[in-house]
Design a protein around this ligand. Structure first.
Ligand code: FAD
Ligand code: NAI
Length: 466
């Protein structure tokens, strides 16, 4: 096998594999080193994809009783959890194999093993099949991703005290699931298990869930999840978990301090954020600068060491697959002498629960803090004919536009299919669009997206259907 490349990418997740493909398309001879058994990183193996497979299946399962209102009745409904897990595993397997195909198609050399950078331009790989290989390249891109953060004194055994990885593969539905952290993972995976029958309680340190989302959306979202039976203990911290091997006793306290209390649970999911993963890369010996675990890069994704670049979860910014992918494309294009670029002001976020939550751009709180004059327009799915026909009328779209120029500054949605619909708002922002542009764009009727148009009309106080 050849040992000399133009570019070595370390990590085969969405950042790394997309970077490798784009660089190969631009004429570089590229190797991608991945230590997992399968390509695709966290996202395909233990993140985006398995969670979405379980969210989809569990949503269908939970939705069936509601179909009786539409005349669809089922005499009996049962859950085959192992079949649901097989569907998830099959989905993951097919997609990770798909990356092997894409590597072949684009002539990227995959190398199975754990990489360590021994010097700029030189990578030592402990091969998964045994032995070592030394690779050299003009440039190295680090795309080693992230790992779950843990709580001091709490041992994640992935059986009873689990991270998202364990929570994606439970062998039975827990009676009581305690979720530590009311962020994206806690609410997505909490929803999965609540729909399948678990009693779910979310313990959140802050006084609100999903930090980062608009506060209007957060309130509506928590109400919707409460209605589905998910319990919340906000402004609360977990101080310890006693694991008897068959059950857990979770000690919680008010976040500000105060009397401790014990909560019983079968399973505890620790979902308090993720931290960049750089173990064993040799960064300290090389003198690569990091800040709170994150690799520091300049606007061209270069670290302080010439020829070493970094992208994705291992650098600053939202830990999202599409952000990692776009950075992968940008760094490949920059290395090829092109003008690679990521517009960080227009990166959408989605929580794939029911209702879905999606947003792009600034929240109202951020605009207020920055003293930006804005106008807000809001339209609710209750007035949308398609939502009504589907029986999914909860939620709304809110558009924030500059008071003077009408340029769209942020779009926030909670409701059916919000995750798909946020693309329209993202595109409008990418083009520097105004609320009026959305309002004057012809939207097919009857579609959920008409609520975006209605919210844009609401910015100018001239709604037509609400
Ligand atoms: P990763 O995907 O983490 O890939 C890094 C790869 O590098 C890993 O495969 C690792 O094995 C490998 N590696 C590390 N060190 C070495 C080494 N020394 N040598 C060789 N290989 C190495 N994001 C979304 O946008 N949408 C979602 O719906 C979504 N859902 C998620 C659900 C869950 C449960 C989790 C945990 C995350 C989710 N994310 C989601 C986040 C998303 O998975 C990450 O943002 C994304 O995977 C980051 O991509 P990356 O390429 O930077 O890193
Ligand atoms: P998160 O940052 O979204 O949420 C963590 C939550 O835990 C926060 O609300 C925080 O206040 C709380 N918390 C922190 N310490 C705590 C403590 N000691 N006790 C109680 N609460 C505590 O992180 P999460 O959910 O772990 O997800 C990690 C990353 O994965 C996110 O950055 C997200 O971007 C990504 N992800 C994205 C998804 C998507 O795009 N749909 C799905 C799942 C994950």
């Amino acid at each position: 096998m050849a040992d000399s490349f133009d570019l070595i990418v370390i990590g085969g997740g969405p950042g790394g594999y997309i970077c490798a493909i784009r660089a190969a398309q631009l004429g570089m001879n590229v190797a991608c080193v991945e230590k997992r058994d399968a390509l695709g990183g966290t996202c395909l193996n233990v993140g985006c994809i398995p969670s979405k497979a379980l969210l989809h299946s569990s949503e269908l399962y939970a939705h069936i009783p509601a179909l009786a209102d539409m005349g669809i009745e089922m005499e009996s409904l049962s859950l085959d959890l192992s079949a649901m897990m097989n569907h998830k595993d099959k989905t993951v397997g097919e997609l990770t194999k798909g990356i092997e195909f894409l590597f072949k198609k684009n002539k990227v050399t995959p190398i199975a093993g754990t990489a360590k950078i021994t010097a700029p331009g030189s990578v030592q790989v402990a091969l998964s099949g045994g032995g070592e290989q030394t690779l050299s390249a003009g440039n190295i891109v680090i795309a080693t991703g992230s790992e779950p953060a843990s709580l001091p004194g709490i041992d994640i055994d992935e059986e009873r005290i689990v991270s998202s990885t364990g929570a994606l593969s439970l062998s039975e539905v827990p009676e009581q699931l305690l979720v530590v952290g009311g962020g994206v993972i806690g609410l997505e995976l909490g929803s999965v298990w609540a729909r399948l029958g678990a009693e779910v309680t979310v313990v959140e340190f802050l006084d609100h869930i999903v930090p980062g989302a608009d506060s209007d959306i957060r309130k509506e979202f928590q109400r919707a999840l409460k209605k589905q039976g998910i319990g919340f203990r906000l402004s609360t911290k977990v101080t310890g978990i006693e694991n008897s091997g068959t059950s857990l006793k979770v000690t919680v306290e008010p976040a500000e301090g105060g009397a401790a209390e014990e909560l019983p649970a079968d399973i505890a999911l620790i979902a308090i954020g993720r931290r960049p993963y750089t173990d064993g890369l040799g960064l300290e010996e090389l003198g690569v600068a990091t800040e709170r675990g994150m690799i520091v890069t300049d606007s061209r994704y270069q670290t302080n060491v010439s020829g070493i670049y970094a992208i994705g979860d291992v650098i600053a910014g939202p830990m999202l697959a599409h952000k990692a992918e776009d950075e992968g494309v940008a760094v490949a294009e920059l290395l090829a002498g092109q003008a690679g670029h990521v517009n960080y002001a227009a990166i959408p976020s989605v929580v794939y629960t029911a209702p879905e939550v999606a947003w792009v751009g600034k929240t109202e709180d951020e605009l207020k803090a920055e003293d930006v004059q804005y106008r807000a327009g809001k339209a609710s799915f209750a007035a949308n004919a398609r939502a009504k026909a589907a029986g999914e009328t909860a939620g709304f779209v809110k558009i924030l536009a500059d008071a003077e120029t009408d340029q769209i500054l942020g779009v926030h949605m909670i409701g059916p299919d919000a995750g798909n619909m946020i693309s329209e708002a993202t595109l409008a922002m990418e083009f520097g669009g105004a609320a009026e542009d959305l309002a004057r764009t012809c939207h097919a009727h009857p579609t959920l997206a008409e609520t975006i148009k209605e919210a844009a009309l609401a910015v100018a106080k001239r709604t037509l259907n609400s």
